[in-house]
Design a protein around this ligand. Structure first.
Ligand SMILES: NC(=O)c1ccc[n+]([C@@H]2O[C@H](COP(=O)([O-])OP(=O)(O)OC[C@H]3O[C@@H](n4cnc5c(N)ncnc54)[C@H](OP(=O)(O)O)[C@@H]3O)[C@@H](O)[C@H]2O)c1
Length: 324
């Protein structure tokens, strides 16, 4: 039998294993004894090439990717990577802030817009800040959530940064709390956040990027008399964020929680002066927070610098909730 070494482009006479340049085929060599056993001294050998195509190096994006049963995402979904995303991985992002018509949400939207992002807000009433796409949407209604996302996606592309901020209170002591008081707060603060996060996640998985930030409250872990419904809804956000973080972390999506303390907005404007004075005594920094205190933390979690932070709860409470 004649073997022509030159029939293989990567062959030299000496090596038993030789690799072709990257992205070309690899030749492994199988050495077969022509006579005698492989251990036989002075035996003649025949070298046969075994050609294989190299597997592409596992990228950081796909490393650790989970099975579809975990994420529910099909191969077709996964084939769309960031290169088709309108942002093209640039710094400017498509941002959605729920409850962005006033208070903390409005301040967050203004901050992202000022930084050059494409920002949308949702609310049942009120107006969005200048330069922000305002969409009418009650987050307790799944149909309205779907319609709002469709409108935002048409205008700005898939939502890459979701700030689930919309929230309400219906405070009263537990013995007076009606099922409706309970249900409305849970449906807005917890289930509403679930609705928007669920709707946002699939396009984020396709884009291999996402930042989900839930606005909780110090009350979620501290508890508060008269806020059984509110505290339960806010504590639930942490469990939701941490579960999401585990489900979609391998797709470049982070899910975190910010737990503000007492921040000066419409929500806290109703508090009696003596109550506020009492709260201030309990806050190590001795003051209520400003909306800017919260927006700074949100901006950090949404940015590249926070890419390795997920499942975390960041308190923005002047130290009120320390130890929880
Ligand atoms: N202020 C604080 O001290 C403090 C402390 C801890 C946590 N937080 C949390 O921070 C978030 C913002 O608080 P904030 O003080 O800024 O409250 P806010 O001034 O009362 O604003 C709440 C926002 O949520 C929207 N919203 C309420 N229900 C909605 C619904 N069903 N669908 C869509 N949008 C809805 C409101 O707009 P519409 O009413 O027009 O719908 C508004 O834009 C809340 O989740 C709150 O629990 C606040």
């Amino acid at each position: 039998m004649h073997w022509r070494w030159s029939s293989c482009p990567t062959v030299t006479h000496s090596p038993r294993v030789k690799r072709a340049p990257a992205q070309e085929w690899c030749a492994s060599w199988v050495r077969l004894p022509v006579s005698g056993g492989p251990e036989a001294t002075g035996a003649a050998f025949l070298y046969l090439p075994v050609l294989t195509w190299p597997q592409p190096a596992e990228s950081a994006r796909t490393a650790g990717a989970r099975s579809d049963t975990v994420t529910g995402v099909t191969d077709a979904d996964q084939s769309q990577d960031n290169s088709t995303d309108p942002t093209g991985g640039a710094t400017a992002r498509s941002v959605l802030v729920t409850g962005g018509s006033r208070g903390i949400g409005r301040a967050i939207a203004e901050r992202f817009a000022a930084a050059g992002h494409r920002v949308a807000t949702t609310s049942r009433s009120g107006e969005a800040p200048a330069g922000v796409l305002g969409v009418r949407c009650d987050i307790t209604d799944a149909g309205q959530v779907e319609a709002a996302f469709t409108q935002i996606e048409e205008a700005h592309g898939p939502v890459e940064v979701l700030v689930a901020n919309a929230g309400i209170t219906k405070d009263t002591l537990v013995l007076r709390m009606t099922d409706e008081d309970w249900q409305q707060v849970i449906d807005t603060n917890l289930t509403g956040s679930f609705r928007v996060a669920k709707r946002a996640v699939r396009p984020m998985i396709r884009g291999r990027f996402g930042r989900i930030i839930f606005i909780s409250s110090v009350v979620g872990l501290l508890g508060s008399a008269g806020q059984v419904n509110y505290a339960a809804s806010k504590a639930g956000l942490l469990g939701m964020a941490r579960s999401l973080a585990r489900e979609v972390g391998s797709r470049g999506i982070t899910a975190n929680v910010i737990a503000p303390g007492f921040i000066e907005t419409d929500m806290t404007a109703e508090l009696a002066d003596d109550l506020v004075a009492g709260y201030k005594k309990q806050i190590p920094l001795g003051r209520l927070g400003a909306t800017e205190d919260v927006t700074a933390a949100v901006e950090f979690l949404a940015g590249d610098a926070a890419g390795y932070i997920t499942g975390a709860q960041i308190p923005v409470d002047g130290g009120l909730g320390m130890g929880h």
